[in-house]
Design a protein around this ligand. Structure first.
Ligand SMILES: Cc1cc2nc3c(=O)[nH]c(=O)nc-3n(C[C@H](O)[C@H](O)[C@H](O)COP(=O)(O)OP(=O)(O)OC[C@H]3O[C@@H](n4cnc5c(N)ncnc54)[C@H](O)[C@@H]3O)c2cc1C
Length: 487
């Protein structure tokens, strides 16, 4: 069995950034296991028309690798993917990645102080330190709709876009009105004959300040890199104000609500359609979306908004909850991801045969989103409660890189084999977290991917990102049980 010091699962922003930082600190003995044939994570998977980030790119990139050549403030998917390829090549990470390698299970062997990993093709590998960078949004969710298997047309999920399926002149049903759908619906609507948009709940869509950068603006940023840093700081501060609205003072969100109403009034003249597109929950409870072309698309005569999910699929049609039928030949699911599943379907077995999926049967939780009691030397990136409704995930990832680097250094410096977070530390942290959640806008009676079906908040961080950075700035060894011999 091949032995490495550090195994990372996933080659998205998390896995790549972590590997870069580890190598910078002199850790050479590491491997990245990636199930896809290319790097990029969500930016490899989501190639749907119009895909792009909704946090400005000057903030949505690594702080240690600023980039000045984005074509516009919110870069499209191809550019973000190219940026990640550039990072992997510049820092020599690509040769460390084993593509087409899906990890199916990991078991901690106490006597060796090592994780044994198994891959889908039956390969085995052992690592002293295991870092998961599998993201929260990498398992597409297609709802279990009766009759779907009988459909004679073509259906696919937005994160597995079928580029071979020509949409010209098609009758298309789209299920979902989340962050992906609002990006691809305007593009698709320009091609199809009819588009039926099935909306279970309306989104707050506010204007997107996304005028392409001019050549002179890019030249200026190349010449004076501090200008981009200044813009990053400006963006960071503005977005952090939104956190204040989400977690403390929902009245601060009134401004966004005004922007939403202003845009809807300006772009949709039909009052009935406007009513359909007005959410029935407070702003912020679900992700606030940015687009300038979504509402005008929905106002087009060949586009229909149906206020319901798809309740049944027939060979040539989809059925709404009121029983009405639409003849379609294509169904596109913009229905999001299994976001609360975290590391599953991988099987992770820790000390004393403890199964992580069972430990998390009431909803995932961890200490600082990074470590879980009973699973020594397992570190998660973008783990439970480290998602954001307001700012860049890369900022959170970079906080985690620093914490994990310190943990690895501590392991190297001590004569002990592993670190296991203490149970009471993890419990206290999570009680505090769920208590804070009760004061946030996410608690306000809407269903979202931020919670499990039972209502436990497993995804979001309830506060400012600088507060998270502060808490993860240094690892406190008193929070951990140090055991085993150094291998
Ligand atoms: C369409 C879309 C737009 C987004 N836009 C933004 C945005 O604007 N701003 C923002 O902050 N966030 C955004 N996000 C959230 C995004 O998930 C994070 O910003 C970030 O990309 C997460 O990186 P990651 O490396 O943690 O996870 P991912 O990018 O999801 O990468 C996980 C990797 O792990 C691999 N993997 C998973 N399981 C296994 C396994 N068992 N074995 C081997 N490999 C495995 C996957 O193939 C994947 O490559 C967006 C997400 C989506 C889907």
């Amino acid at each position: 069995m091949r032995q490495v010091k550090i195994a990372i699962i996933g080659a998205g922003f998390g896995g790549l950034g972590m590997a870069i930082r580890l190598r910078e600190q002199g850790h050479q003995d590491l491997v990245i296991l990636e199930k896809q044939a290319d790097l990029g994570g969500v930016w490899h998977d989501n190639t749907y028309p119009g895909a792009g980030c909704d946090v400005p790119s000057h903030l949505y990139c690594f702080s240690f690798e600023p980039y000045y050549d984005w074509s516009r403030p919110f870069a499209p998917q191809e550019e973000i993917h190219a940026y990640l390829s550039h990072c992997a090549d510049k820092y020599g990470i690509r040769p460390l990645i084993r593509f087409n390698t899906e990890v199916t299970s990991a078991r901690f062997h106490e006597e060796e102080g090592r994780w044994h990993l198994e891959t889908a093709d039956g390969d085995r590998l052992s690592a002293r330190i295991l870092i998961t960078a599998t993201g929260q949004l990498n398992q597409p969710a297609i709802p279990n709709i009766p009759g779907l298997e009988s459909f004679r047309g073509t259906y696919f999920h937005s994160a597995r876009w079928n580029h071979d399926h020509d949409l010209n002149g098609r009758n298309v049903a789209v299920a979902g009105t989340g962050a992906s759908a609002i990006q691809f619906v305007p593009r698709v609507a320009g091609q199809v004959r009819n588009l039926h948009l099935f909306q279970r709940s309306a989104a707050y869509v506010v204007p997107k300040p996304d005028k392409p950068w001019r050549a002179w603006q890019r030249r200026l940023m190349h010449r004076f890199p501090w200008l981009q840093r200044l813009d990053r700081l400006r963006l960071y501060s503005v977005l952090e104000m939104r956190a204040l609205g989400f977690v403390l003072m929902s009245s601060l969100l009134k401004f966004y609500e005004w922007k939403f109403r202003w845009q809807l009034r300006r772009q949709v003249s039909d009052p009935a359609l406007r009513r359909k597109l007005t959410p029935d929950y407070p702003l912020g409870c679900k992700r606030v979306l940015l687009a300038n072309d979504y509402y005008p698309t929905l106002a087009k005569p060949h586009v229909e908004v149906i206020n319901s999910g798809i309740s049944e699929v027939r060979p040539d049609a989809v059925v709404a909850e009121d029983g009405t039928e639409r003849q379609v030949d294509t169904i596109i699911f913009g229905t999001g991801f299994h976001a609360t599943d975290f590391l599953s379907p991988m099987r992770i077995i820790g000390l004393n045969g403890r199964d992580l999926n069972q430990a998390w049967s009431d909803g995932a939780e961890a200490y600082l989103g990074i470590t879980v009691h009973g699973f020594p030397n397992l570190f998660m990136l973008y783990g439970p409660n480290t998602n954001l409704g307001h700012s860049s995930i890369i900022y959170m990832l970079e906080s985690q890189f620093r914490y994990i680097l310190e943990a690895v250094t501590q392991l190297d410096d001590s004569n002990r084999g592993w670190l296991d977070v203490r149970e009471n530390i993890q419990d206290d942290f999570n009680h505090e977290l769920q208590r804070k959640m009760r004061k946030t806008v996410w608690q306000n009676g809407c269903e979202s991917w931020y919670q499990t079906a039972e209502g436990k908040h497993t995804n979001n961080w309830p506060g400012f990102t600088f507060a998270y950075r502060q808490r993860t700035r240094h690892i406190d060894l008193r929070d951990y049980h140090l055991a085993g011999d150094q291998s």
